[in-house]
Design a protein around this ligand. Structure first.
Ligand SMILES: Nc1ncnc2c1ncn2[C@@H]1O[C@H](COP(=O)(O)OP(=O)(O)OP(=O)(O)O)[C@@H](O)[C@H]1O
Ligand SMILES: [Mg+2]
Length: 262
């Protein structure tokens, strides 16, 4: 289980994140929803140790990891698949994958092969093309490679920062479908996304982050049905009826429509 308690972090003189409490349990997808600049990337960087915490705690399975280096956190099982994928186009797909196991030092060839096979299993397009340069992959396939590279560290907690960013709509759906499938493997998944609708649709729970603070948390389906969230993040909620009740009904209907009548 991944947890933060009262976590604060920032850059230079600016404190960007304030007092963040969150929990992500194994086998659960938790969406971190927020607008551009809300602090999503700052939060996952602080959890992974790329940015030092200014206050608060980060815990994995109840043990504090906030004093550990990023590498030590990876070894404990906290993995960040960063925003913008950060794959190396000039390197082969396999070389990119091997980088994901870098923290573990030298592996025997048989162990490495087993790890590559297991990490690529959710993404069948990768293995047959493993000797090609990563630059040959489409944006969606590079996102798959970035996640597979993350899996090479055999994480317990997997943080995905904006995996759908910049992808064509069909690929966005494909990436979300694949992430939903990863849940069955028992990872604790933190899914940072501006795409509230599709991330909530595959998540169990969610937190909404605004100006570096968590303002709402709860079951993903309740957050999806919340009028306030709908207005802010789903692009619906213009006044349809007169009374607040009618407005709520209209919004819920519109949400159902968007969500395909869940
Ligand atoms: N390296 C940095 N140095 C200084 N300020 C930064 C840095 N990175 C982010 N910030 C600031 O921190 C705040 C939160 O940014 P962050 O990147 O965490 O937001 P985000 O929710 O990930 O947004 P996006 O959806 O655009 O990725 C913003 O005000 C941003 O300008
Ligand atoms: Mg970001």
């Amino acid at each position: 289980m991944l947890e933060t308690r009262g976590l604060s972090a920032g850059y230079g003189r600016d404190t960007v994140l304030h007092d963040i409490d969150l929990v992500v349990r194994p086998g659960e997808i938790v969406a971190l929803i927020g607008a551009n600049g809300a602090g999503k990337s700052t939060l996952v960087k602080a959890i992974s140790g790329l940015l030092p915490a200014r206050a608060g705690e980060v815990l994995l399975d109840g043990a504090r990891i906030d004093a550990l280096s990023p590498r030590e956190r990876v070894l404990r099982g906290v993995c960040l698949v960063p925003e913008g994928r950060q794959t190396f186009g000039g390197l082969s797909i396999e070389a990119n994958l091997r980088l994901g196991a870098f923290a573990r030092g030298r592996l025997e060839p048989a162990a490495l092969k087993e790890l590559i096979d297991a990490s690529c299993a959710p993404f069948p397009i990768l293995l047959p093309r493993r000797h090609e340069p990563a630059a040959n992959l489409s944006g969606g396939q590079q996102q798959m490679l970035a996640i597979a590279r993350g899996l090479m560290s055999t994480p317990k907690a997997l943080m995905l920062d904006e995996p759908s960013l910049g992808l064509a709509p069909a690929l966005v759906s494909e990436i979300f479908r694949l992430i939903a499938e990863l849940r069955a493997r028992g990872f604790a998944i933190l899914l940072s996304e501006q795409n509230a609708r599709q991330s909530l649709a595959i998540s169990d729970r969610a937190y909404v982050i605004e100006n570096g603070r968590i303002t709402t948390g709860g079951a993903a389906r309740d957050i999806l049905a919340s009028a306030d969230i709908a207005e802010k993040y789903l692009g619906v909620g213009h006044r349809i009826g007169d009374s607040a009740g009618a407005r709520q009904v209209a919004m819920t209907a519109r949400l159902r429509e968007i969500m395909g009548a869940r």
